[in-house]
Design a protein around this ligand. Structure first.
Ligand code: NAG
Ligand code: NAG
Length: 349
């Protein structure tokens, strides 16, 4: 009768002391490992497009001070260790993916990365003389392309064409595309000298003279056709959400054709906001593509349907619209911090 409580008491002591012992080992572990590796916030923007020759600086987005910083460009160390990376006169060769690395005694970590893409503009590249000379029959149509540009891909450009020193504006018979191509739907009386001017944020350039000559002979007038066709568009994550398609049918019986735009075979409703058209429907501007076709949609089709004014002929031209988005990590599923003893198993999804 006396033994029982004694035993109880001993057992109780044992049961209490085991967690206590564990607690002690935990506490001594926690004393060895204190603090965390460095942590970062995001950079204010994912990408920057500074003008060549200007000063550019960016701060490593550290949350707390650390001992050391190292800047990397395209995975290679720049040998720079200041909190603010500063480039007094940025040049095109400085374009790349940048991040900073830092170490604080507990561990090291890389910051998120940013895309620095330097904007530059050196005008037109040299091309052969034959590039500037074409011959067309008077009953046909023709188009002229600007010479290739020596400029950063992100440059904002506007284009001006001149015929015999007179500026050309888009109308029924003339069209200037978003990337500077000139389309002339009635060649007759349009033979002569052309020039194109390109204007960027900081400077501009004028091409050499184009000579468009009449091709003598009795060529039959061409069939009704789409002279300038919409191009495939690939949208990558959040860099841009708008897409522009262009479509220029030929003139038929002196009248321009009627244009309708379709998305996956269904006529698009032009609401003037997210779906707009310009120049008699020849340009289609979709300003919120993801909203219109859905996320990660790889095979949407945009169709330009051109109908002659007498409604007897229809021509169609298709373009692909593909949307790729960055994969998103659901950070809520990840634990911020996990405490484990040495030798414990650990699984992470
Ligand atoms: C960086 O940005 C430029 C201009 O927007 C783009 O052309 C380039 O593809 C981007 N680079 C990367 C690796 O995302
Ligand atoms: C169309 O534009 C061209 C070039 O700007 C011009 O010469 C022509 O007269 C215009 N046509 C009409 C019908 O206004």
């Amino acid at each position: 009768m006396i033994k029982q409580p004694l035993l109880h008491g001993f057992r109780r002591l044992l049961l209490f002391s085991i967690p206590f012992l564990l607690y002690l080992t935990n506490a001594s572990l926690a004393q060895i490992i204190t603090g965390r590796p460095p942590q970062f916030s995001k950079f204010p923007h994912n990408s920057y497009s500074p003008l060549e020759g200007t000063e550019f600086s960016i701060k490593c987005p550290l949350l707390y001070d650390t001992y050391q910083i190292e800047w990397f460009k395209d995975g290679e160390s720049l040998g720079k260790s200041s909190l603010i990376l500063s480039i007094p006169s940025i040049s095109r060769i400085d374009s790349g993916i940048y991040k900073c690395y830092t170490y604080n005694g507990i561990g090291g970590a890389f910051s998120p990365s940013i895309n620095i893409s330097v904007t530059y503009f050196d005008g037109f590249k040299q091309v052969s003389e034959s590039f500037y000379k074409i011959k067309v029959p008077p009953s046909g149509y023709f188009s002229l392309k600007p010479p290739p540009l020596n400029a950063s891909p992100n440059s904002k450009l506007t284009w001006k064409w001149k015929f015999e020193e007179q500026e050309i504006f888009t109308n029924d018979t003339h069209y200037i595309s978003a990337n500077g191509d000139l389309i002339i739907l009635e060649a007759a009386r349009r033979f002569g000298i052309y020039r194109v001017e390109v204007i960027s944020e900081k400077s501009s350039a004028i091409s050499l003279e184009y000579t468009v000559e009449e091709e003598i002979g009795d060529a039959a007038p061409p069939n009704f056709a789409i002279v300038y066709r919409p191009r495939d568009i690939l949208i990558l994550d959040d860099t841009s959400t708008s897409a522009t398609f262009e479509c220029v049918p030929s003139i038929w019986n002196k009248f321009p054709a009627e244009i309708n735009w379709l998305l996956n075979g269904n006529e698009l409703t032009v609401d003037g906001l997210e779906v707009r058209t310009e120049f008699s429907n020849r340009r289609l501007i979709l300003s919120n593509v993801v909203n219109l076709v859905g996320k990660s949609n790889f095979n949407s089709k945009i169709t330009c349907e051109a109908t002659t004014s007498d409604e007897r002929l229809i021509e169609k031209a298709d373009a692909k619209l593909e949307i790729y988005e960055k994969p998103i990590i659901n950070k809520e599923k990840l634990e911020k911090e996990v405490t484990k003893k040495i030798g414990d198993s650990f699984k992470m999804e």
